[in-house]
Design a protein around this ligand. Sequence first.
Ligand code: KIV
Length: 275
Amino acid sequence: MSTVTASARREHRITVQSLAQRKERGDPFTMLTAYDFTFARIFDGAGIDLLLVGDSLGNVVQGHDTTLPVTLDEVLYHTRMVARGANRALVVADLPFGSYQVGPEDAVRSAIRCVKEAGAQAVKLEGGTTVASSIERIVRAQVPVMGHVGLTPQSVNAMGGYRVQGRGEAGRAQVLEDARAVQEAGAFAVVLEGIPADLGTEISAELCIPTIGIGAGPGCDGQVLVMHDMLGLGDSPPSFVKQYAPLGALAAEAAKAFAEEVENRKFPDSMHSYR
Ligand code: KIV
């Protein structure tokens, strides 16, 4: 692709309609998680198409073992920062555990807060057949919804751990049924997480809406990674993650160099002092 085409594309805000066109054209797209203004601006400038304010913030920002403690107010707080850093990317706020499970009215109230109070352009929620009525209700309120099926981290207790889903005939049928339910309910896209690659390909070929894979193989219409994993900022990322930069190691080296220079009275020197 020429530089001119790439920069022209960057001038236009990504929409749910433009993502549908990308699927029709067979043009893969990207989503990264972001939790603050600084990284939202970097990723937006780099041409990432969607920024997900994931409830993974419970793990990578807050240091919890699961995403379950994350509150809607915390998602709103992080979404505001990300929305301020995104000019082109579509900003998706992840509805946290407890903010939509009670029922469709609860779900639509939470979704509206994400748009109205935080500047999200869409929301994501986990589940298939069991949340279809909530997806329908949110879509009726004119808020675009992204589904999330397969390995759904908010179900960690029910699943008995973070396990690959969709294995075996019954497992495959369940994930397929969930993905169909999400599409039927009116979602504009669906995340496929932690499923065999051939199932990711099959679902992506069957659905009209774009699929976004994370540990779901190369056959999905788009791909998403958690920023801390792809930047080497976390411990022991899952095997499907590719690390694109060792930022954690670089940050540790920089911190050690700073400490050494301060301890040896090398910093600040005259170059870094006011006259
Ligand atoms: O919360 C999150 O970061 C997510 C992605 C893993 C898709 O849901």
